[in-house]
Design a protein around this ligand. Structure first.
Ligand SMILES: C[S@@+](CC[C@H](N)C(=O)[O-])C[C@H]1O[C@@H](n2cnc3c(N)ncnc32)[C@H](O)[C@@H]1O
Length: 216
């Protein structure tokens, strides 16, 4: 993250508004994706692999929800794989940007806040995709955000989490704030078991990138 973004984040954290800087950043970007550090304009590669290895069975479209969907590439990948997709982000500018990028998309792009989920979404979804949103929120709201992620899932659902992982429980210097084993353990405490994990290790970098699948 640039110093400018770090200052923007700091300003909103001081006001106890951990999600407020995203809208400001997307609005300032003025449709230029190069101004958005996480925008690669293509779906997550580990997700593409997972979708290839886990084709949908049966005639009914499973309901997927994309948390903090950013510019929408992962949401589009789920729709192409046959899911009925709801994709939400706290930033209205990001949601409008998705709609402009994919004007004929079957994805339901919605402005919504993970901390204030619409009540019909409770336990509604078969597949939860959480990619890099938990790590973009500070440690003091982490337990709350993980609870909200889990609240979206049907008991039979799969929850997929793609995140950076740190090796200690010490507070990292973020954003992003990579997750620790202790933090990920909260999924287990809420009744969700880790079924599999694929990890990318990077040379000379203790922070790895993992995609973890949870089921009850
Ligand atoms: C680091 S970005 C990752 C975006 C996308 N998932 C990706 O992997 O490219 C985090 C996203 O979460 C969104 N976000 C942050 N706080 C949120 C909240 N409280 N509710 C919903 N979305 C949120 C941000 O606007 C941003 O688009």
């Amino acid at each position: 993250m640039t110093m400018e973004i770090k200052n923007l984040v700091e300003k909103h954290l001081q006001n106890n508004q951990p999600s407020a800087w995203f809208e400001e950043l997307y609005a300032q970007a003025n449709q230029n994706p190069q101004q958005i550090p996480w925008a690669h304009l293509q779906p997550n590669q580990q997700l593409i692999e997972w979708l290839k290895n886990n084709p949908i069975h049966g005639k009914q479209k499973p309901q997927a929800v994309i948390i903090g969907c950013g510019l929408g590439d992962d949401a589009q990948a789920f729709a192409e794989a046959g899911y009925h997709v709801t994709a939400f982000d706290v930033s209205p500018t990001a949601i409008n940007w998705c709609k402009q990028r994919f004007p004929h998309s079957p994805v339901d792009y919605v402005t919504a806040d993970i901390f204030h989920l619409p009540s019909p979404w409770q336990q509604k979804f078969d597949l939860i995709w959480e990619c890099r949103t938990i790590q973009a929120l500070p440690l003091n709201v982490r337990a709350q955000v993980i609870k909200q992620v889990v609240a979206l899932a049907k008991p039979t659902a799969k929850i997929l989490v793609s995140t950076h992982i740190r090796t200690t429980e010490e507070a990292p210097n973020g954003p992003p704030w990579p997750l620790s084993s202790g933090e990920l353990n909260q999924f287990k405490q809420l009744g969700w078991q880790e079924k599999c994990r694929s990890t990318i290790h990077r040379e000379n970098n203790p922070i790895s990138i993992a995609m973890i699948e949870y089921q009850q």
